[in-house]
Design a binder for this molecule. Sequence first.
Ligand code: CO
Length: 134
Amino acid sequence: MLNKIDHLGIAVKSLDDAVAFYEKALGLTCQAVEEVESQKVRTAFFHVGDTHIELLEPTSEESPIAKFLAKNGEGIHHVAYQTDDIQGQLNQARDSGCKLINEEPVSGAGGKKVAFLHPKSTHGVLTEFCSPEG
Ligand code: CO
């Protein structure tokens, strides 16, 4: 079962510039900045009520975020749903014909387990499943 939208991932060219916008223009407080080696990104997290905003800046030209920015420019990159059963959700999606990016959960920001569905089979929205915090 999907519990809630855990976060929206937003691709940005400069994490520093974007963090300044979210703090100054929107009044949010950056909770954590973390580099995720496996995804070649630097991330910044903001709490917004019960959900989060995740800013993503590429750390390499090979980063999926660098490719996204080259193709689409800055903007919403993915929607992440929180679930207690990532593998079960992956199996359900695969069994219904959905193409998976991750066949099983991998480590993401904040020590959470994450897995992605391919946007070609999700009506254009890169879809993430993630475990609850802690
Ligand atoms: Co995410």
